[in-house]
Design a protein around this ligand. Structure first.
Ligand code: SME
Length: 189
């Protein structure tokens, strides 16, 4: 039972990774780079949340589920250069599972975009990170950012942080979609 469940999840993950190698995400990014145009950003977050559920359902380990969530978002979202989690530990945000360049390990509450979103318990969309006072630059390529708090029964667990090398990459559609992703994730943390 356990092994057939694991097998089906790994098969699904492999299928998604394989298809991505030749498909839309890569093609969109390449097209955008070649033409200088913005990549189409209308990702289907409902579908993404179903894919996520397929990966995390039946798995109780928080790190495993956060890791697969960051890998899925990395694979499916266009024009991003970092995606991952910071988890609240002893009143600080500590780096969790992520994809992208190495990042700062700890962020104080109230510091940077992540610490501000965590303190305010609100999603923050930053169209131009250079205009955000106190922005913490982990990857110099980052131009815009979205940070969403992860809250369970009123308690802050951490944040989901996504960076883009494009200015003004994230909008309300992404906010709503990523909030759905977090709601899908929460019972599995
Ligand atoms: N830019 C974030 C820091 C984390 S990295 O982007 C991965 C911030 O200002 O909080």
């Amino acid at each position: 039972m356990q092994s057939s469940n694991s097998q089906s999840i790994s098969q699904r993950l492999k299928a998604m990774v394989d298809s991505d190698r030749q498909s839309h995400s890569a093609a969109r990014n390449t097209a955008a780079k070649n033409t200088g145009a913005k990549a189409p950003l209308n990702v289907d977050y409902q579908q993404l949340s179903q894919q996520l559920l397929g990966l995390i359902n039946g798995e109780k380990d928080r790190v495993a589920n956060l890791a697969n969530c960051s890998a899925l978002l990395w694979q499916e979202l266009s024009s991003i250069n970092w995606v991952g989690f910071y988890l609240l530990k002893r009143n600080k945000l500590v780096l969790g599972p992520f994809q992208g360049k190495p990042a700062c390990s700890r962020i104080e509450l109230g510091a940077g975009v992540c610490g501000t979103a965590a303190q305010m318990l609100k999603t923050i969309i930053v169209a131009d990170v250079h205009q955000f006072p106190g922005h913490i630059a982990c990857d110099l390529a980052s131009k815009s950012e979205i940070v969403l708090p992860i809250i369970n029964e009123g308690k802050l667990l951490g944040v989901l942080d996504i960076d883009s090398p494009e200015t003004d990459r994230f909008d309300h559609h992404d906010q709503q979609g990523l909030e759905l992703i977090i709601q899908t994730l929460l019972p599995h943390l």
